[in-house]
Design a protein around this ligand. Structure first.
Ligand code: B1M
Length: 648
């Protein structure tokens, strides 16, 4: 049986000779160049120039010697750039960074010193307000013949000469991702609430380009294509990024259009990548024809492997999920990796429908010993023969399980409304009744994300003689408290929360000159940033917005912030609290570096340090000497108030 047959059987939910293994078959199942070099050295493979498969993620093309050693079963066959576009990395124009612009007009940069990835920093539609901007944008040509010159021959070579599965790449990322990348995340999510017509026009324009590409690529590659790749990140660690309703109303019909288009032109299976906690919409994905999900982020809420297999294993293939780079794969011992891999084989393996791959690309800091522990365990336990996955001996002891407890709310210390005592509820009602209509209207406008109306209500309040502080305490704070509670109880998702925060910010901008003129002191002052090397700022922005909504002055240093910037901001703004955010296991250690630098600069004792982000835990916060940890934005404000000894 060759690799292609093996993968095909697994995709048809049959058991081949062994579980197929993927490393480098897609740009989402590969390995960072640093880790790849280490692995080559560890395995005694000759040193060589590593070819980069995806510039942004800095992942490696897996060389043939490595592929043979590990027995990789599928290969990526991807379109080339159009004739008119070539990535040109500029080494000189931006001090400290290398940067380039991609063919969608998005600018990316990577720190020269110690950077692991290219991060986007400029978005072509960041300031766009009109549909004409979308119409007149110089979009990439999806059917430029240059893209297709080698596509068919590469696919044929992989399928016929090498006998491996052909995984056909699409035109760049998914339409949701490209909409977010060209608009910028900070505007993309609120647009889903407040600017939907413009946003769907952008999405539909991108979809047309993607379909035009598939229209040429699929007949060209023909029967060589075994798997066709699409993607869109729809979830984070704790749940969907957008509500299931918005997904079903806005995103799902568009995904269906793409899947129908693909299915009408190929028998290949559709591989769909979405990070995070997507369990709630897996039935929708099955319904619209998605055959394979990736990366199967088993550490995210609701993504427990045995339950996924039990509930969706007949229709859905799991491509990934073997071990999570967020957990033991990076920080655990080889024994822990073995146990984890064996457990996922136990859960996902039976009956086919499983392609073994790590959860997302192997990150730069994963030790080669752990990669080989994964691989050896797969060899040992991944066979479908006698004693293998479905034929274990009677004395086989299943692997241990170390699942994190599943949280239904993103905040363990959140107080859902129904837990209010009768006295507290009565007090709340009394308080609500106390607000004049104007403030109730203002609160409603904020909660609904109606920025213009929120600002009008703010102007009216000032015209009626209310002090700016009253607008904050009676308008913004109660509204944002409700918004925070709804986010924690999964009633609100990113679009609603960010739209509300932008409405609140509109009023704050109105108030700011008056607050400055009256020398009014804010509730507290916070300096916040995502640590150096880390671009993820959606969560940090929410935390910053919740602080603003609670009456704090926020100095937001943005993403990718080194220690010296935090120190300078402490000296300049004299905050009571410094907030550090990190989403990556490769950047979490930067928090320790920053805390040590604050100590060395003599400013550590002047501030409380609060840390958070998907890569962070309470134990880690203690270990690095932070003062506090918060799992989400609402909890961050409560924790900050406690640390600064204010009433919650
Ligand atoms: Co990336 N990414 N990403 N990503 N991304 C993750 C984090 C990942 C877990 C995906 C996965 O493996 N399935 C993975 C990390 C794995 C690891 O660490 N081992 C990962 C990776 C590998 C990467 C790249 C390397 C490659 C890639 O494309 N996947 C690359 C790295 C870039 C870089 O940072 N230098 C990368 C890039 C990107 C995008 C640019 C595409 C985009 C980020 C856009 C942006 O932020 N401007 C992105 C996204 C969107 C994600 C996922 C899908 C979602 C993150 C998110 O926004 N969640 C994520 C999957 C996941 O989380 N499981 C993933 C929503 C947000 C509201 O939650 O940020 O957790 P979160 O914030 C919460 C809490 O954590 C907390 O409150 C917030 C609100 O409740 N919180 C704090 C946050 N900061 C706090 C600070 C506090 C207190 C609480 O006090 C100060």
């Amino acid at each position: 049986m060759n690799s292609r047959q093996r993968v095909k059987m697994a995709l048809n939910h049959q058991e081949p000779d062994r579980i197929p293994f993927d490393l480098g078959g897609t740009v989402l199942t590969s390995i960072h160049v640093h880790a790849y070099r280490n692995l080559r050295r560890y395995l005694g493979l000759p040193d060589k120039e590593v070819e980069v498969m995806d510039v942004f993620q800095q992942i490696a093309v897996i060389d043939d010697d490595m592929r043979q050693k590990l027995g990789c079963d599928g290969r990526n066959v991807a379109p080339r750039s159009s004739a008119t576009f070539k990535i040109v990395v500029d080494e000189d124009s931006m001090p400290g960074y290398r940067f380039f612009q991609d063919e969608w007009g998005i600018s990316w940069r990577m720190p020269k010193d110690g950077g692991f990835y290219y991060d986007m920093f400029q978005h072509p539609f960041a300031n766009s307000a009109s549909i004409d901007d979308i119409k007149h944008f110089p979009w990439p040509d999806p059917v430029d013949p240059a893209r297709f010159t080698t596509l068919k021959e590469s696919a044929r070579h992989v399928a016929e000469d090498l006998g491996e599965a052909v995984i056909l790449g699409g035109l760049s990322a998914g339409f949701v991702e490209l909409a977010a990348w060209t608009r910028g995340f900070a505007r993309f999510y609120p647009d889903l609430v407040t600017n939907l017509e413009w946003m769907t026009y952008l999405m539909d324009t991108i979809i047309d380009l993607k379909l035009a590409y598939w229209e040429v690529a699929l007949p060209l590659v023909g029967e060589y294509a075994d798997v066709v790749q699409e993607a869109d990140d729809l979830a984070g660690q704790f749940g969907l990024l957008i509500s299931p309703e918005t997904y079903r109303k806005v995103i799902k019909p568009r995904h269906k259009k793409i899947m129908d288009f693909i299915k009408a032109r190929t028998d290949a299976k559709i591989f769909f990548h979405s990070c995070g906690a997507i369990r709630e919409i897996i039935p929708d994905m099955i319904e619209i024809g998605i055959d394979i999900i990736n990366p199967v982020q088993v550490s995210a809420v609701g993504m427990e492997s045995s339950a996924l297999k039990r509930d969706f294993g007949k229709e859905m293939t799991f491509w990934g999920g073997l071990v999570d780079t967020q957990g033991v794969f990076t920080t655990g011992t080889t024994d822990e990796v073995r146990e984890e891999v064996r457990r996922r084989i136990d859960d996902f393996g039976a009956g086919g429908g499983f392609i073994a791959a790590t959860v997302h690309n192997i990150q730069a800091n994963v030790p080669p010993e752990n990669i080989m522990a994964l691989w050896e365990t797969l060899q040992e336990y991944g066979s479908y023969g006698p004693g293998g996955v479905s034929q274990r001996a009677d004395d086989y002891v299943p692997a241990a399980r170390h699942d994190k407890p599943v949280k239904v709310s993103s905040s363990p210390d959140a107080l859902p409304a129904q837990m209010l005592t009768p006295e507290a509820a009565a007090a709340q009602v009394a308080e609500e009744e106390f607000y004049p209509d104007l403030f109730l209207d203002m609160q409603d406008a904020i909660i609904d994300g109606r920025r213009a109306e929120a600002v009008v209500a703010g102007e009216q309040a000032l015209a009626d003689g209310y002090a700016p502080q009253a607008v904050i305490s009676d308008g913004i704070v109660p509204a944002m408290t409700i918004v925070g509670e709804r986010f924690e109880s999964a009633e609100f998702f990113l679009p609603e929360m960010m739209a509300a925060a932008l409405a609140a910010r509109g009023i704050l901008e109105l108030l700011r000159p008056r607050l400055v003129a009256s020398h009014a002191e804010p509730v507290g002052r916070v300096v916040i940033g995502t640590v150096k090397g880390d671009l993820h700022d959606i969560g940090k922005n929410l935390v910053a917005m919740m602080f603003e909504g609670a009456g704090f002055e926020v100095i937001d240093l943005g993403p990718d912030v080194p220690a010296d910037k935090f120190i300078a901001a402490i000296n300049e703004h004299k905050p009571g609290l410094v907030g550090l955010s990190a989403l990556l296991t490769t950047t979490a250690p930067m928090m320790r570096t920053i805390i040590n630098a604050l100590q060395a600069a003599g400013v550590r004792d002047r501030v409380k340090v609060l840390v958070g982000g998907a890569a962070i835990s309470e134990e880690f916060a203690d270990e690095i000497g932070a003062d506090g940890y918060a799992p989400d934005a609402g909890a961050a404000v409560r924790k900050a108030k406690a640390l600064l000894a204010m009433t919650a």
